[in-house]
Design a binder for this molecule. Sequence first.
Ligand code: NAD
Length: 362
Amino acid sequence: MKTEKVRLKNSPYNIVVGSGIIRLLGKELKKTGIAGDAYIISNRRIYLRFAGQIRESLKSAGFETGHSLVPDAETSKSFKTAQTLIGNISSFDKKRRLFIIALGGGVIGDLAGFVASIYKRGIPYIQVPTTLLAQVDSSIGGKTGVDLSQGKNLLGAFYQPRLVFSEINFLKSLPLRQVRSGLAEIIKYGAIKDPRLFGYLEKHYSEILALKQSALEFVVWRCSGIKARIVEQDEKEKKGIRTILNFGHTLGHAIEAAGAYGKYNHGEAIALGMLLAADISKELNILTPQKHARLETLIGASGLPTRIKNIPLAGIVKAQFYDKKFSGKKNKFVLLQDIGKTRIMENVPLEMIRKVTRSRIT
Ligand SMILES: NC(=O)c1ccc[n+]([C@@H]2O[C@H](COP(=O)([O-])OP(=O)(O)OC[C@H]3O[C@@H](n4cnc5c(N)ncnc54)[C@H](O)[C@@H]3O)[C@@H](O)[C@H]2O)c1
């Protein structure tokens, strides 16, 4: 078991990563000083698979538990579901102190974190991420929120968890499509910040797809560290440092929304968004064709999409305007200068965006 610290002045916390560590969850929780009953938010599939072990560990550390389950879909990341959860929590809450456990992927993590941030002006919560994407990315850094019909994550808050507990064994039951989705975010970390990680992925991506324990432990650990360092420097994305984590997200979110959140999952859309950002970087002559090709080759070899299927250009361009990164009339792109090096650029000409997007649509 390894522990990475997120050293935030007002809300520091640990990220714990390891295989076969779930029995230690109760103990780790005690160390945080968290008190009261644990309220687990999850979906049925994940709850049935993992909650038994979690409740056992919590019980042995003296925590009582309650739970609410939400449908297994991105559409659960809605204000309506949050409201239902708050109703359930307040019925459970009769004078007891409680904290929330987000048990699931990014959907559950974002939703449960959001509920924790607004219930009684904020109660503690912890993240127990069960997807690769959630372990390497969404469980860390305190971005919580729900989607609106106009776009993703439009309602939310920065609200840090008290602990992130990444049990690698939980990933064993992940469908391949989900593993790939997490791999997209891992590729992102390599592309924006860590050429050595990128090189490792070029050699070992198939071990990650095959859920090899040592490869998973390495990437979850490495990415947790990268994200922790970025969040420490720019917790609320005010200094332009955290912004680099949005590489691939400006057009990725637009593709996700234009496909009505059903055609491409988050990681797949981000893979396409990264390629489009790299296409723009190449058009602007800030990224060499060779480096562009390395990114495209790795994404393609990982089985992630490199072409946009059955989504019209107009839908993607329209969805882009609802993105949070599109403020006023200005767009903002994280572009690539090199493997491991980014450049932020505002006002990328719409014509260029249309051109690169059009050429990836089939
Ligand atoms: N907060 C952030 O910083 C941040 C960062 C990236 C993504 N996100 C958000 O995360 C969400 C995507 O998260 P995701 O990719 O984890 O999707 P998800 O939460 O929908 O999970 C994907 C699927 O995997 C299933 N699943 C989860 N754990 C499993 C397991 N161990 N075994 C078998 N099946 C399992 C889920 O039930 C679901 O069907 C999006 O809403 C995205 O906006 C947030």
